[in-house]
Every structure is written in C-alpha cells, then in structure tokens.
Design a protein around this ligand. Structure first.
Ligand code: PLP
Length: 454
C-alpha cells in the first residue's frame, strides 16, 4: 500500500534536496508508472508531468525503441570501460553522432555519468588546458549567482546557490561569481529596457575579469537559460555581449547545456538560440531523455587540439564514462529526436504556441510576468502586478501554488514565487491546452487563498 511505501521510504531513504524531517512527517508521493506525458501515483491519480521528470524526459515516457536499445545492449555487452585504450561500439558511435548534431567547433566528447560530473570535468579540463599552454596561473572560473551546475564539490561551487555554498564550505578556491541576468528583479525596478539591462549584466563579467586580473581568468560558465534558478531567460543582448568579452580576453566560454541541450529552447543547443560559440559544452539529462544516466562534455577544437597534441594523458575519468548501455539508449534517443523532427516542432510550432498562452496569462491578477523560451517557461507570482511587488517570502505563495498543482494532477515546480515548466517535447497542441487549463485553475486557487489570507 502507499502507507507501506511511505513508511519504508521515511525509514531508509535520504532523498536529495528534501527536508528529511518534513518527509518523515508527511510522507512521499509514490510515482509508480508513466506513459507519454503522464504519470500515475500509487493512489491511481493521473498527473500531467510539465517538468519532464527533472527536465529530462524529452521524448516522453514508454518509448519502445529506447527500451529495446537498452535490452539489446544489456544482452550483447552490459559493461565495458573506456579506460586504457579500450572502447565499445555504442560509445564510439555516439561520439560520432554527437559531433554531427553539435555546432561545427565540436568534434570530440568526454563522457561522464551525469551533469555534475560533466561540470567537474570542465573544471579539471580548462585548468589542464591552460597548464599545457604554459599559463598555470589561469585558474579562475567565473560563474553566476543563482546558477545550478550540479551537486559535486566543483559543480556546487560553480553553481551560485547560497544555500548550497553554506553547506560544505564552498565554493572551492578560484571559483567566483557575478550577478545573474534577471531583468524582472534587477533591471525592471530601475526602469531599464531588457536590452539595456542585458548589456549591463554582461558588463559585470568584464568588471569581474578586471578585478581578478585577466591573466588569472581561465573560463566563464553559464546556462543559456538558468533552469533550476527559475527559468531566468536573459535579454537577447546578453549572450552576444558575453561572447565578445570572452573573445576580448581570450578566456574559454563554457555553455552548460544540461537542461537547454537536445531541443529544449527550439534549437539543438541553447547556445545556438542565444548566439554564442562556446569552447566547451556540458550535457546530460536529454541525451538519453533520462531513461538511463549519462552526461559529458563536448570539447571544441581549440581545447581538443591542445589536449590531444600536447597534453599527453589526462588523469581523469569515471567508471561509467561511455557506458555502453547508456550510449546505446542515447543513440536511440537522438535518432528518435531526429526522425520525429522534435527540435523543429519546438521552434516552429509548440514553442510559439506556448508563448501565446503565456502571454495571455499575464492578464491574471496573480501574475507579474510570464515568459517562455522554446518549451520552458516561468510565471512570476506577484503581490502587486502593476509594480511587480513580490509577496513576503514567508507566505511561500509558490509552494501554495505547487500544492494546488499536485492536488489537480499537474507537476509544476516552484522556485520562490516563480512557477516553472519544461514539459516533454513530444506533447501535442491539445496537450498544451490541457496543461494551460490546469495551470490557470491552480493560479485561480492560489489567488483565492491569497485573498482569503488578506
Ligand atoms: N547543470 C545544470 C544546468 C543542471 O540543471 C543540472 C541538474 O539539474 C546539472 C548541471 C547537474 O546534473 P546532474 O543532476 O545530472 O548531475
């Protein structure tokens, strides 16, 4: 029964990003099965998964070819490693296919088991790159407040979440942060247009480079759209200005594509949507649509040539780097994305359709702003929509709204008072309509609660 699951869960399972005490008191919601864009919990409730699991199940649940690819590979060769000059056919084939679907500067990949490990690899790889070039003092990596780059020591250090830094004495040395390009909170109150704010926010990178000393800066890392931070969509002027600053000082640009990769923004890669030309690109999640863990770093020719021709052995790797079953699933997943033209669908059809719906949401009395990029979106709940005044944080209005979503068969995430979605790329227009009916219902219920509380 659900109660049995909950009791065993509370007794033994320390969940990630979960308040242990709250879980022990309230019990988890047990998700038992899924199909297409829907989940079913252990009580038989059907739930529309507007978060694609954790931003990953892009091709939807229950895709037989991914299951078949895993099964066939498990029978053929369930594991072999890629250390010490060995390789398996699925890993080689995936490396080749990734170089076809990524921007032209990418011809090489380093595999990891997750996005966090991919970003750890970035830290070691960029430092190795500058070492090999005889500039070992170039160690500093600049990231942004409110970024999320994973939960390992380096990943959490690159991330800009103060709550994460507070636990474990982070960041590790030589990682520093600038403010995020969050127009609604930082630019709008000053009366800045989005474009002017985008240029201003990019100038903070140059300011930081000069403060650190350009000869000490190794790289800048950012998510094209900050995902876990609340789907913070930067102004169109931001990323081109960041690229220009990286070029000016010769520092490496790293695009964390763990969420934005594989079509989420309406192009294969978020950097293509935002107009940058990164030197390194991390990926995970959507590479297998979450069916099995896999991540990695696409390594641009600027870095790859130095590592290959001058670097010798790179003392870094994971048991599961290039895991054959994960790579076989990734191959099936990417071919499915290509065959069903999912990226074009997001760009030409579903993305613009979702954007229209979100535009209409702005009329809701609770909504201060609503925006989308491809098939990810955010709705800002505001106490006073005209001025954008936020609710007091202790009211936890976002969590109230999230509770209504749960109760009404919808998974939406609350980041403070930003309600965010990243639904599967396979959904239909009718399913977007269905999701929007649920979103509006939950906003109405939250609004009623807010009014009742005065
Ligand atoms: N980078 C970004 C942008 C992410 O959103 C995440 C996870 O949500 C990660 C890295 C870490 O990936 P993983 O959880 O696979 O380690």
């Amino acid at each position: 029964t659900t109660q049995d699951w909950q009791a065993a869960d509370a007794a033994h399972f320390l969940h990630p990003f979960t308040d242990f005490d709250a879980l022990a008191k309230k019990g988890s919601r047990i998700i038992e099965r899924a199909e297409n864009i829907y989940l079913w919990d252990s009580e038989g409730h059907k739930i529309l998964d507007a978060m694609s699991g954790l931003w990953c199940v892009n091709v939807g649940y229950g895709r037989q070819e991914l299951i078949d690819a895993a099964t066939a590979q498990l029978k053929q060769l369930p594991f072999y490693n890629a250390f010490f000059q060995t390789a398996t056919p699925p890993a080689i084939e995936l490396a080749e296919l990734l170089s076809e679907v990524t921007p032209p500067q990418f011809r090489h990949v380093f595999f990891s088991g997750s996005g966090s490990e991919g970003n750890d690899t970035v830290v070691r790889m960029v430092r190795r790159y500058w070492d090999v070039l005889g500039q070992p003092e170039r160690k500093v990596i600049i990231s942004r407040n409110n970024a999320y780059h994973g939960s390992t020591m380096a990943g959490a250090s690159l991330g800009g979440m103060s709550g994460m830094h507070a636990q474990g004495g982070l960041p590790i040395p030589d990682i520093t942060h600038i403010e995020q390009p969050y127009w609604y909170e930082l630019g709008r109150p000053q009366g800045l247009s989005r474009d002017d704010f985008g240029r201003l926010a990019a100038s903070w990178l140059e300011k930081k480079i000069l403060e650190v000393g350009p000869e000490r800066v190794a790289a800048f890392i950012g998510e094209p759209v900050q995902g876990a931070g609340g789907v913070i969509i930067p102004p169109a002027t931001y990323w081109p200005a960041i690229q220009a600053i990286c070029d000016k000082y010769g520092i490496l640009l790293v695009s964390d594509e763990v969420i934005c990769g594989f079509g989420r923004t309406g192009r294969w890669w978020g950097c293509e949507t935002m107009g940058t030309r990164p030197d390194l690109m991390t990926f995970a999640k959507g590479v297998t649509s979450g069916y099995i863990p896999l991540g990695g770093v696409m390594v641009g020719e600027r870095v790859a040539r130095v590592l290959i021709e001058q670097g010798g052995e790179f003392n870094h790797g994971y048991t599961y780097s290039g895991h054959p079953v994960a790579c076989a699933v990734a191959l099936a997943n990417i071919r499915l994305i290509q065959r069903e033209r999912l990226v074009d669908r997001v760009r030409d059809d579903l993305g613009p359709y979702l954007a229209q719906h979100f535009e209409a949401l702005k009329a809701h009395p609770l909504v201060g702003d609503a925006e989308t990029c491809g098939l990810m979106g955010a709705v800002v709940l505001a106490r006073d929509k005209a001025s954008g005044t936020p609710f007091a944080s202790d009211l936890e209005v976002g969590m109230v709204c999230r509770g209504h979503c749960f109760g009404n068969g919808l998974i939406m995430r609350a980041v403070g008072d930003r309600m965010i979605i990243a639904p599967p790329l396979v959904m239909t227009r009718d399913q977007i309509d269905e999701m929007m009916v649920l979103i509006k219902r939950c906003l109405d219920l939250t609004w009623a609660d807010v009014k009742a509380r005065g």
